[in-house]
Design a protein around this ligand. Sequence first.
Ligand code: SF4
Length: 71
Amino acid sequence: MKVQVDQNLCQGHTICSMVAPEVFHLKDEDGHAYAIEGDVPTEFEAAAHEAVFSCPERAIREMSEHAVQET
Ligand code: SF4
């Protein structure tokens, strides 16, 4: 999965970076969040998913490029 923060919606609540600090970082300039580039490492996917639902602005988009494969 990949995640992306819509900069027009993000209000800098920092919730995402508290829920998933390995995935979301805050910009020094405006305090808005941005997500790591590329695929979220598997071990952080659950936290990233939680951050998507925790964002009060619904600013985080989750993109699944491949079907989730259960092992
Ligand atoms: S929780 Fe949402 S609004 Fe807050 S910093 Fe993260 S993406 Fe932005």
